[in-house]
Every structure is written in C-alpha cells, then in structure tokens.
Write a protein that binds this ligand. Sequence first.
Ligand code: FMN
Length: 399
Amino acid sequence: MKLSVLAQMLDLKPVELKALASVRDLERMASRKLPRIVSDFVAGGADGELTLQSNLSALDQIKWSPRYLRDVSERSISTDVLGKSVEVPVMLSPAGLASLVHRDGELAAAKAAESAGTVFVVSTASSYSLEEISAVTNGRLWFQVYLWKSREVVKSLVERAEKSGYEALVLTIDVPVVGKRVRDVRNGMAIPPRIRPGSVMDVLRRPRWLAHLLKGPELTFGSLTGTVDPEGHQSIASYVDQELSNSAATWDELTWLRGIWKGPLLVKGIVATEDAREAVRRGADGIIVSNHGGRQLDGCPAAIEVLPGVVEAVGDRVEVFMDGGVRCGSDVIKARALGARAVLVGRPWFWGLAVGGQEGVEKMLHIFSDEIDRSLALLGSPDFKRVDQSAFWRIEDPV
Ligand SMILES: Cc1cc2nc3c(=O)[nH]c(=O)nc-3n(C[C@H](O)[C@H](O)[C@H](O)COP(=O)(O)O)c2cc1C
C-alpha cells in the first residue's frame, strides 16, 4: 500500500491539526517541524529577551472577576476597525519572509485572514510581492513600510500598494537599527539560511521543511526585487539589512508620508505616550502599541502595560491597537478592556503557517475566536466591544 493512501486512511494530516487545542500547541508543533535556526528566528527576541518575556507575563498577571447569572446566550466577538467590521478582533501583524516557514508564505496568510474575516498587514519584507498577495484575496490588506534611507523606495512601494488596493498604510518606527537577536547570532542565521556543519543533522531531521524550501519560490523579498538596486551589496538581503533602517529618520518623515498617502495611516512601534501624541499631531489615524514582539530594544515595558497610557492620551482621537505576547482569547479581551480596539499577533500566525499552511493560520484564528467567545460567556460580558476594566479582579476589591 502506498504511504499516501495509508496516511489518508489514517486521516493523519487532519488529526494533526485537529489535535491542536491552543496557540501554545501550535508553537510546540511548529518548533518540531522547523529546524532550530528557523524556529529560533521566529520565537526569539533581542538581547536578554526581557521584553519578550514581559509581554507574556504582564498579560498573565491580569486577573478576571467574572460575573455570573447574567444572560450570556447571545454573544458577539466582532468589532469595527477603521470603520469596517472584523469578525474576529485578532489581525495578523506584519512579519517578513513567511516562506521561510512554509512555501505558501503570505499567500496562505492572506487567504486565511480573508476566510476568518480579519485584516492581514503585509510586511515590506514579505517573501511574495505585495501584488502577488493582493491577487489571491478579496480580504482586507494593509501595507507596512519602514523608513528606508531612500525616500524613492518608500514612495514607489506606497504607490504600488495604492494601485493594488491596500486599504491602509502602517509605518513601523521602532527600527532605527535592527535589534540584536542573540539566538540568530549564535545560530548564524542569515537570509537565505546558511546551514552550518553543526546544524546539518537538525535540518536533515526535517525533510518536509527542506522540501518546502527547495520546491518553493526562491527565498527573497518579493516586493523589493526589481525595486531596489542592490549594487555594491552582496545581495538584496544585505541591501535590506543596511538600507531598510534609517537611523537618521525624524518625525518629518511621517509628515512627508502623510502627504503622499491619502488613505488611513497607522504608526506601529509606539511605547512612549509622547510619541503617540506626536504621531497623531502629524496626521496618524491609528496607533499600534508595540515593542516589535521584544525584538528591538530590550528592557521596554510590556505592550499591555503601555496601552492604557496611550489610550488615555490619544484614544479619543484615533484607533489604538496593540501587539506583543497575545497568545489566547483571554489576552485579547484584556487588551480590549484596557482600550485596544483589536489586537495583532505575529509569531502565532507564523506557527500556524509552519504547521499547516493556510489551514494552520485558519486554525490559529479559529482557536482565538473560540477562546474569545467562551471567555466572554464565562466573564459575564457577552459583547467584546463593551468589555472594560470593571471586569478585572483587584486585590483590594471587597470580598
Ligand atoms: C519573524 C518575525 C518577523 C517580523 N517582521 C516584521 C516586519 O517585517 N515589520 C514589522 O513592522 N514588524 C515585524 N515583526 C514584528 C511583528 O509585527 C509584531 O510586532 C510582533 O511579532 C508582535 O509580537 P508577538 O509575536 O508576540 O505577537 C516581526 C516579528 C516576527 C516574529
């Protein structure tokens, strides 16, 4: 009997996905499927990974005070983002080079976001081009840009995004230089990955991943091929590394960008409340509170800790979102209670993608939807949009 027939009879692939009950399960499964050099690239943070850990632990420290015997038979987990409804308040953060974990990369993520009724924020550093991605979906796409050294590069990307129907632009401001990702330094991670003698066995033990990489399109920055001129650099990768972050950039770049992009403009990477105010003064329509998932400056507070101050400062004028450490439905509701309109997730969609391509990202979003719905019922707050801090337990609360 052929192996594939046997696998079908045993329902092997669906069982694998079906048996995964949480984002943590997806993370574990992804780290089994990916070679260490890649799973570390995704999971890792900067320096001592303090911010990476804080993002998780600060969410864990918030406790609920559930209220019972309220009618929670009718529940809603949807919310409005930039004036349009999303079916699940979890959007996909921009994350580059998704084909590193699955050959369908961002194409799979875009389709999964569409089928779940949410937004996919496409990274400048995506492995497929922004046009290839918009061609496979009618779903909502936003486009993320960095402030390159060359304004011409940014301008041409913005024009292409507009032409391809991207709804909003997201400017990431927290990369004046790239953070020191210690695991990548230790593993010798490069684009494309170079397999060191010490990692050969680890890679060979993942033949499926290897086959994906070899059979898939060349691993490159899809939107930049033909756009940037890597002259004088060894490769587009080294060009991106050196040109993508502009350490000379100031807030005037945001004013310039505001002038060339007429649609909604969001600023991602806000930690300081004063930066949120400045972004809004310069015409931003939305703020994404984020420390880049702990991949940039280590020692920043957790995103969830920063959120209430930013909401207080600008939440009456613009929409505020948050990413960093969101791993379950309860985390999403905590962010909502502290004023986020919706959250974004980075690593979770990479883990879903690694485990099952489009189906895996759908699975991840389904896990979040199910957990948000169940938690709202258990909390006694049936409408996601209306959850506020009165749902939190405080040690000084009367017993
Ligand atoms: C593998 C990977 C690649 C990323 N690439 C980008 C990027 O190209 N642009 C960007 O603005 N943020 C990027 N980020 C940061 C995410 O957008 C997001 O802020 C972060 O992952 C959120 O934290 P979480 O992973 O805990 O959800 C990346 C994150 C990861 C894990």
